[in-house]
Write a new protein. Structure first.
Length: 125
């Protein structure tokens, strides 16, 4: 289910040369996704029409593969807050006694909890 939610808000920042996807935490704005992956044929433009068709198909395959990596990575970092219905990252999501929720909702609803991932970590890509 989380993967579907992540996929729904996944941003495609890919170009003709690089595959890049990201999801932004609804609370802190941190970005999660994949490291930029270079298209394997980026350095060798097709010289014939046949090659063009083949390269287009390769691009499509690599695009799809990179997207799956991004969704998998982001899904590991994101949580669905049942109160505000946003996707927030592990640093912004609290394990509470009754219902796990994001830090902002926990503050508003006066709930205590521990973050899934305490402290600041390097941006996980
Ligand atoms: Zn966050
Ligand atoms: Zn929330």
């Amino acid at each position: 289910m989380l993967r579907k939610l992540v996929e729904a808000i996944l941003e495609n920042l890919s170009s003709k040369e690089v595959f890049l996807f990201r999801v932004i935490c609804g609370s802190c704005g941190s970005e999660y996704g994949n490291r930029p992956i270079r298209f394997s044929k980026a350095e060798a433009p097709p010289t014939t029409h046949s090659k063009q068709i083949i390269y287009d198909a390769i691009y499509e395959q690599e695009f799809y593969a990179a997207k799956q990596v991004a969704i998998r990575n982001a899904a590991e970092q994101m949580n669905y807050c049942p109160i505000c219905k946003r996707l927030v990252c592990n640093q912004c999501f609290l394990i509470c006694d009754d219902l796990d929720m994001c830090t902002q909702c926990a503050t508003e609803l006066e709930q205590q909890g521990n973050p899934v991932l305490p402290g600041i970590v390097e941006v996980a890509m």
